[in-house]
Write a protein that binds this ligand. Sequence first.
Ligand code: C5P
Length: 419
Amino acid sequence: MLKGKRILLIVCGGIAAFKCLDLIRRLRERGAAVRCILTEGGSQFVTPLSLAALSEDKVYSDIFSLTDESEMGHINLSREADLLVVAPATADMLAKMAMGIAGDLATTALLATDKPVMTVPAMNVRMWEHAATQANIATLDGRGVLRVGPVEGDMACGEYGEGRMADVPEILTAVEDFFAAGSQTGSHARPLAGQRALVTSGPTREPIDPVRFIANHSSGKQGHAIAGALARLGAETTLVTGPVSLPDPPGLSVVHIETAREMLAACKSALPVDVAVCAAAVADWRVKKSAAQKMKKNGGKPLPLELTENPDILRTLSQASGNRRPKLVVGFAAETENVVENAKKKRLRKGCDWLLANDVSPAQGTFGGDSNTLHLVDASGVEAWPTMSKTAAAERLARAVADHFAASLDDGPGAAADS
Ligand code: C5P
């Protein structure tokens, strides 16, 4: 499955570095070639000799090595790979990646690369939960850096929590999924160049009065990741987003809105587009007449709020006529039961081409979480996707959109609409 793939494994300084030895063996068993960069911290935990023996290749550590530079150079080192894997990705390394610091061979290679990067974070739970690390992760997620874990469990430091490095089988699955999704062509492959994309993301806020609103738990992570992934594949992308705490993804135009009606208006002004992905959790209702002044308590009496339905943006786009209808309309179905059956019905009801169904029952932790288990429902059936990070799901969707347009070009004009 990984035959002929070249992986540059950057081994950093964490106790979990020992897992990289098995990771190298398993990657090679599957046909991949593995070349290692070992950071100074990493060399406290594994030796260059072990990495060299298992990878059957030279191990690179020194940015100022005259021999290495004359043989290959750090730029080539980072670009000859199909995928860079950083494991264990320490809090320090994630911070440097987010900031673009290039103080040694590993960080320089990461800054110089034009290839996809996957991190496998590992650190103490408090370090993982620290606002600084979370902000760095959000930055890297927004840039489309792939990530596996961390997972919850006992830690070498004696504490328990999220921060353990993912186990080797999980990393292998992520690497295989990545190549299976066809993303290995790297950031220079822009199959969606010349196409226009529209993505909705986040919640909407429907005012009750000037200080209160109806909203929901949507974090915008999935929608933002999709917009970023489509833009990286070359689509001229507009992201219409409700209020979220994520940074605007780079390389696309972002329209910030609050209400469903503002979202619809922003979407309409982004038309025509080739593909629209409605990932926003739009409030189904708004208060019919929001109060002009802050509402007061009323001596314990119940407060009646009359709600009225919001416009359905997905349905409006799906049912638009002429070139106002995107060639491909993709919706999401957040379901808590009978996920696939309900999604099939919803696809027909909304009139969209693809529907990505996800289980948002509280046990799944999809809202605000980092991973998603999706089913892609289209006219021809259902494709179950394995559980993956929201970034990986976004990459896979963007790739599927690109493949769809490539296939419809092969089939001749008009073929895209009946997917
Ligand atoms: O009907 P339901 O809210 O379950 O449909 C979910 C899908 O419809 C999502 O793709 C969501 O972005 C979209 N939607 C919309 N406008 C609404 C409600 C949902 O675009 N008012």
